[in-house]
Design a protein around this ligand. Structure first.
Ligand SMILES: [Zn+2]
Length: 133
């Protein structure tokens, strides 16, 4: 570890990554790779200009494509309250493809359940009608 005498930053290596000032201790130290250091005449590494990606982009992407935990809680609550209507609302309103597919799958099972119930009623009616005659 060396401390830059110019800006005071602690760093490793021969040059300060912030201001590019050469570390005087590094040149004093007896180095095994002395020839490679002499050949190294490139300018010090430029100061790091890492700027984190804008956060609002991620938020927009999340809002458009991924249903958040709160969103799922809302959808599940709606579906529990209004089974068929809730699923249709979810299918129409969500922008999340996987949530849309989930609503379609729920709708499939709901229609399957309705179909089975209707089938049972029809069978019961037919059996009841057959046994009464
Ligand atoms: Zn510095």
């Amino acid at each position: 570890m060396a401390k830059c005498f110019n800006c005071g930053r602690e760093y490793e290596g021969n040059f300060c990554p912030d201001c590019g000032t050469e570390n005087p201790k590094a040149s004093e130290m007896p180095s095994v790779s002395e020839t490679s250091q002499q050949n190294y005449s490139a300018p010090p590494p430029p100061p790091q200009r890492y700027t984190p990606p804008p956060v609002y982009n991620n938020v927009v992407v999340n809002n458009n494509n991924v249903t958040s935990v709160g969103g799922w809680i809302g959808w599940i609550f709606l579906i529990s309250l209004l089974p068929l209507i809730g699923i249709i609302i979810m299918l129409c309103c969500t922008h999340d493809e996987s949530a849309k597919n989930f609503a379609k799958a729920q709708l499939f099972f709901m229609l399957l359940g309705v179909g089975i119930v209707v089938l049972i009623f029809v069978l019961a009616a037919v059996i009841g009608a057959a046994s009464s005659y």
